[in-house]
Design a protein around this ligand. Structure first.
Ligand SMILES: NC(=O)c1ccc[n+]([C@@H]2O[C@H](COP(=O)([O-])OP(=O)(O)OC[C@H]3O[C@@H](n4cnc5c(N)ncnc54)[C@H](OP(=O)(O)O)[C@@H]3O)[C@@H](O)[C@H]2O)c1
Length: 261
């Protein structure tokens, strides 16, 4: 069978992938990766044969720790889910250099380097799921670096699909709309910054993960959740970027106000 390796397993979508893969019985173990060790340990107790790796994947040290784990344990990997990621609302002037670099280093660099490391341990019939986003489909000012990074992930996954096809492996880019996880709390900006307040529809992690797994098992390259996100996907293909950018600015973004003490 082989194990599932899941990054970002301490919360949200990554955690849900682990639970659903356990129930499906299609893997015989897990490697759970994220920073928060206690969360990983608690999840490992709910799964069978789960190991954890607590690492900051935004650093090269964290990525190398993952590579070292693979070299030492040489696991047979059936499923790889690259779910570790974060976004922060804010324009070029409001985001710190560390936050900008962190988004690129985690959402893009770590995802690519870890994927390349894990492929040699995967056998025919295995599949990879990369976390893109509906924000991968169009430029999003005030969420620009995050959205551009997800666009990279989408294109990268589509290209990878052809590279790994001869190995009998598939790659699926999972592009959900807003999902109820810790993501939005992490993305919350400081006062004076434009951002979408109470973004809707807010999807349920359980449902979107079940859908992503169905798509991945069928070897589909793209998993775009629910009718609303599918409609967005279609419109993004048909309408010029400029129109979408204006709509996003006018209808979605509101200024973050200072909370009264
Ligand atoms: N929720 C949404 O609306 C939404 C929509 C589209 C796409 N996505 C994408 O889905 C993925 C999962 O997000 P989520 O919604 O599940 O959010 P979440 O609940 O905040 O989970 C994010 C995960 O990433 C891990 N992570 C963050 N920084 C890390 C670091 N430096 N090193 C290692 N792990 C790190 C977190 O673990 P630790 O904090 O323990 O390290 C956590 O397990 C992300 O790639 C996100 O961009 C989310």
């Amino acid at each position: 069978m082989g194990i599932a390796i899941i990054t970002g397993a301490s919360s949200g979508l990554g955690r849900e992938f682990a639970l659903q893969l356990q129930r499906s019985g299609e893997v015989d173990g897990f490697l759970l990766v994220a920073r928060r060790r206690e969360r990983l340990l608690a999840l490992a107790e709910e799964l069978s044969n789960a190991e954890i790796l607590s690492a900051d994947l935004a650093t090269m040290e964290g990525v190398r720790a993952f590579a070292a784990y693979l070299e030492e344990k040489r696991p047979r990997v059936r499923v790889f889910v690259a779910a570790a990621g974060f976004g922060k609302f804010g324009d070029y002037a409001h985001l710190s250099e560390d936050t900008v670099a962190g988004m690129i280093d985690l959402n893009v660099r770590a995802l690519v380097l870890m994927t390349h490391r894990v492929i040699p341990y995967m056998e025919k019939g295995g599949y990879l799921i990369t976390l893109g986003s509906a924000s991968a489909f169009t430029p999003l000012p005030h969420f620009n670096v995050y959205a551009a990074g997800k666009s990279f992930v989408l294109h990268y996954t589509k290209g990878l699909r052809d590279e790994i096809a001869p190995l009998g492996l598939t790659a699926t880019c999972f592009c959900p709309g807003w999902v109820a996880t810790e993501f939005l709390a992490v993305a919350e900006p400081e006062a004076g910054v434009l951002y979408p307040q109470n973004p809707k529809p807010l999807l349920e992690a359980k449902r979107v993960v079940a859908y992503a797994l169905r798509r991945a098992r069928r070897g589909k390259t793209l998993a775009v959740t629910n009718w609303y996100t599918k409609l967005q996907h279609l419109l993004f293909k048909l309408l010029p970027d400029r129109v979408l950018t204006v709509l996003w600015r006018k209808t979605v973004l509101k200024e973050k106000k200072q909370k009264r003490a």
